[in-house]
Design a protein around this ligand. Structure first.
Ligand code: ADP
Ligand code: MG
Length: 608
């Protein structure tokens, strides 16, 4: 009895499979240029006619192929790059699926010329719809030339589906750019209908980016460099003031392969939070290097989606490094005394004439450097500088005022202890109210600081900066803390294991109990329980934005520590202010709560 199931003829199976890898002319360009790179080419030329509908030609000076390989390369699953399943997890090449050439050959007319250095003559093959129609010896340079003509000639539905020439050529240009950004060491040419679009010489990365974006882009780039044992980051981000209204300049690469990742994009966009005008997008060219065994490239036929084993940690590292780069180049917003109250306003409103916004250059601070342990004298000086360059009443206070202020304070230190007895008590210019608020006066007005929140901000910045480089110091608990966990909570906890470990947590599970044996060393005794509860809540219930786990973790640690910190003398008050003003975003906590309020002299006199 014969059934209804039939095996598809080979050529139809090939055409169907081709649709997965080759969607449009740009896909051919991508696959073939990648093959040229895999073949070790140092020079790759791309010639396009009619946006690839008529001709796509790729010429490389790579290794070339001998005759039998030239024939074999058009077979499905024919590849020289992977021999066994283990190789899939140690990929050093762009290709490995052995599908591209088979797919292209199934739906176009292909001419291949190729020669290896060891051979006098090359091979010339003509292929139509997967069939070899001629095979000759030829004279040709070492390397390979593929001509792909009449793409989709036998798949009319696909051919009709192609968009205008403009659109299709833009797709080609996009694919081309993604590759050339990843390989500045290779010379590339792109020509369309005899117009030269790109002629790129081998260069360092920055030069390559500038070659593509245009000469005046050089000033807009801020370098990023970070090495951790999980990932190495390098590349450039665009300064916020040059951000664009299109998403065009957002490039992520891993091991020199372009990839798309909404999750990591989120980390980058988040790092630019508050720095971009609305409807503007950050620019970035970020290159990740990770151990090939820690990523899976094979999740999608076009290999632009990649699974990362340590995605959460990498998210946090990207976020912090970008933040750090923005801070280092003083791009993070600096808020002066007068403008501080406008912080909650949306970006556009901050640009309104009443208070003129400006990015101020403060050459003295590196917000992420932990300066907390420096001595009083140098700190005082730094604080003065910070306040001056912050614009903390720059126009009204001269440095001498501040120096004088500190000199007097220094002298009176002995009998100038801040006393908090539910009444405000004061000394010179610093007052403490209810143990919670620090009130300080300057020539332009009064500054009120929420002490726990100020500590929270300082500790947050410190931890965020530190954990990128090294795991945060851990302290063993004398009495381990036990908590009951649901199985879902255990899963959540485990999936954040490496991140939690980096923050100094150590634990084991015993049935449905978690036994916490060590916690971050910054935690003071009285804040341990509070912190663990917050972390648990964040980990277990914050399903929404997993990438922000690091942020949430640091936040809960910082706020638990912040709550327990006390100020009891003017030296401590000054230390606090000093450290606070070294934070690029000292006016708000990482959660966006106000750390300080100001009352200007004007406002004050209006009240009387
Ligand atoms: P993959 O790149 O996944 O191996 P392809 O179908 O793209 O599969 O290519 C098949 C094989 O053909 C490659 O593995 C390689 O050996 C050979 N090949 C393709 N393009 C070139 C080229 N430009 N130079 C040398 N060899 C090539
Ligand atoms: Mg390939």
């Amino acid at each position: 009895m014969s059934g209804i199931i039939k095996l598809l003829p080979n050529h139809i199976a090939n055409q169907i499979a081709a649709g997965e890898v080759i969607q449009r002319p740009a896909s051919v360009v991508k696959e073939m240029v990648e093959n040229a790179i895999d073949a070790g080419a140092t020079k790759i030329q791309v010639f396009i006619k009619d946006a690839g509908k008529t001709l796509i030609q790729i010429i490389d000076n790579g290794d070339g192929m001998n005759e039998s390989d030239a024939i074999l390369c058009f077979e499905r699953h024919a590849t020289s790059k992977v021999a066994n399943a283990d190789d899939l997890f140690a990929l050093k090449t762009k290709g490995f699926r052995g599908e591209a050439l088979a797919s292209i050959a199934a739906i176009s007319h292909v001419t291949l010329k190729t020669r290896q250095a060891s051979s006098e003559t090359g091979t010339l093959l003509e292929i139509e719809g997967s069939k070899i129609v001629s095979n000759d010896q030829t004279v040709c340079p070492v390397g390979t030339s593929f001509e792909v003509k009449n793409l989709f000639y036998n798949v009319p539905a696909r051919r009709n589906f192609l968009k205008s020439e403009n659109v299709e050529f833009n797709h080609i240009k996009d694919e081309f750019e993604r590759i050339v950004f990843a390989h500045p060491e290779i010379a590339f040419t792109l020509k369309h209908n005899d117009t030269e679009i790109y002629q790129l010489n081998p260069a360092i990365l920055r030069k390559r980016i500038v070659d593509i974006l245009g000469r005046n882009s050089n000033d807009k780039l801020v370098p990023i460099e970070e090495t951790t044992e999980i990932v190495e980051l390098k590349g450039y981000i665009g300064k916020p003031e040059f951000s664009k209204k299109t998403r065009g300049e957002q490039f992520l690469f891993v091991n020199n392969r372009f990839f798309k990742d909404t999750y990591f994009n989120h980390a980058l966009n988040k790092a630019f939070d508050g720095l971009l005008p609305s409807k503007h997008f950050a620019s970035y060219f970020l290159y990740l290097t990770v151990d090939p065994s820690k990523i899976d490239v094979n999740v999608h036929p076009t290999k632009t989606e990649i699974k990362f084993e340590e995605d959460r940690l990498i998210y946090s590292i990207i976020f912090s490094s970008v933040r750090q780069a923005l801070g280092k180049y003083n791009i993070a917003p600096t808020l002066d005394f007068e403008r501080e109250t406008s912080f909650d306003l949306p970006f556009e409103m901050r640009n309104m004439p009443a208070t003129e916004p400006q990015v101020k250059v403060n050459p003295f601070y590196n917000p992420f450097q932990s300066n907390t342990a420096t001595s009083g004298a140098s700190k005082g000086n730094q604080f003065t500088k910070a306040i001056h360059s912050e614009g903390f009443g720059t126009n009204d206070i001269r440095k001498s005022d501040w120096d004088a202020f500190y000199t007097i304070e220094e002298e009176e230190k002995a009998n100038n202890t801040l006393i908090d007895e539910d009444h405000s008590s004061f000394e010179m210019n610093n007052f403490l109210f209810k143990g919670r608020y620090l009130i300080t006066t300057g020539a332009t007005g009064i500054l009120l600081i929420d002490i726990p929140r100020a500590f929270e901000r300082i500790i947050y910045d410190e931890l965020m900066a530190k954990f990128i480089g090294n795991p945060i110091a851990s302290q063993k608990l004398l009495f381990p803390i036990e908590k009951e966990f649901s199985s879902a909570e255990i899963t959540e906890w485990e999936s954040n294991a490496s991140l939690l470990g980096r923050f100094g947590f150590e634990w084991k599970f015993d049935k449905n109990m978690i036994i916490i044996e060590a916690v971050p060393a910054v935690l003071q005794e009285e804040s341990i329980h509070d912190c663990i509860d917050t972390v648990l809540a964040k980990i277990a219930f914050q399903d929404i934005d997993k990438g922000e786990i690091a942020h949430a973790l640091v936040l809960s640690i910082a706020s638990s520590v912040g709550k327990t910190k006390k100020i009891n003398n003017s030296v401590a008050a000054r230390d606090l202010m000093e450290q606070l003003f070294l934070c690029p975003e000292h006016a708000i906590t990482a959660e966006g709560k106000r750390v300080m309020q100001t009352i200007s002299l004007d406002e004050l006199s209006k009240r009387f």
